[in-house]
Design a protein around this ligand. Structure first.
Ligand SMILES: [Zn+2]
Ligand SMILES: [Zn+2]
Length: 223
């Protein structure tokens, strides 16, 4: 029979890991684990940053974040609230497992998208013109599509014959127009340079229902 050198518990009543009892081994393991973990939280969209990427908060993302902060162990999230998480931690070599509580330190920050949004960032303007209800539907559909595809709408402006939608990323606008077979006239405006690359802001002019005159163009009013 073994006697734990730290607490004198005996192996007839407790499991042992090497020479020490499970209780003392558990305490030693707990000492190697973090007691708190930083959780960067976007103040605007509420997503949290896991491995450098902002993702929806939830059990799966919290599990990944905690695993990442205790890389040498197998970590399973048991439950979490706004303050702390309880995890079960298993040491790979010995197979020893303990339950451990980690304080969650939420740090309010801004994700890239939201800091760009706050700065009024946009790469493309879609000018919907024409029949009022068609314009409304198309603008709403574009907004939903942009948000589903990882972008954002910086602003929308009501115009006399339609609406201008300012969109974060032009690749999303192009994908939207392609997916819905919407024809557009596009123009490009040089905005500046970054890292030797020219940056253009694109304008897509879309007419729905009838053909009004293009903003700025000469000509009679559409009937
Ligand atoms: Zn002991
Ligand atoms: Zn955000």
């Amino acid at each position: 029979m073994k006697h734990c050198p730290i607490c004198d518990r005996t192996s007839d009543r407790f499991a042992f890991f090497g020479e020490i009892c499970e209780v003392c081994a558990g305490k030693k393991l707990a000492e190697k684990l973090p007691n708190e973990v930083r959780v960067p939280l976007c103040r605007d969209c509420g997503r949290i940053r896991v491995a450098g990427v902002f993702v929806e908060p939830g059990k799966a993302s919290m599990q990944r974040l905690l695993s990442g902060s205790m890389r040498r162990y197998r970590v399973k999230l048991l439950d979490a609230d706004r303050e702390a998480a309880r995890v079960s931690v298993t040491e790979e070599g010995t197979g020893q497992a303990i339950e451990h509580e980690v304080k969650l330190l939420f740090e309010r920050t801004l994700c890239d998208d939201d800091s760009r949004k706050r700065a009024g960032y946009y790469e493309a303007v879609v000018q919907f013109r024409g029949d009022g209800s068609k314009v409304e539907r198309a603008a709403a559909a574009l907004q939903r599509y942009v948000e589903r595809n990882g972008g954002f709408v910086t602003k929308t402006e009501q115009k006399q014959h339609g609406v201008d939608v300012y969109v974060s990323y032009k690749r999303i606008v192009r994908a939207f127009l392609e997916a819905r077979h919407i024809k557009s006239e596009s123009s490009f405006k040089l905005q500046g340079e970054k890292g030797g690359r020219r940056l253009y802001r694109n304008t897509y002019f879309v007419t729905l229902g009838y053909t009004p005159r293009r903003p700025g163009a000469q000509g009679p009013e559409p009937s």
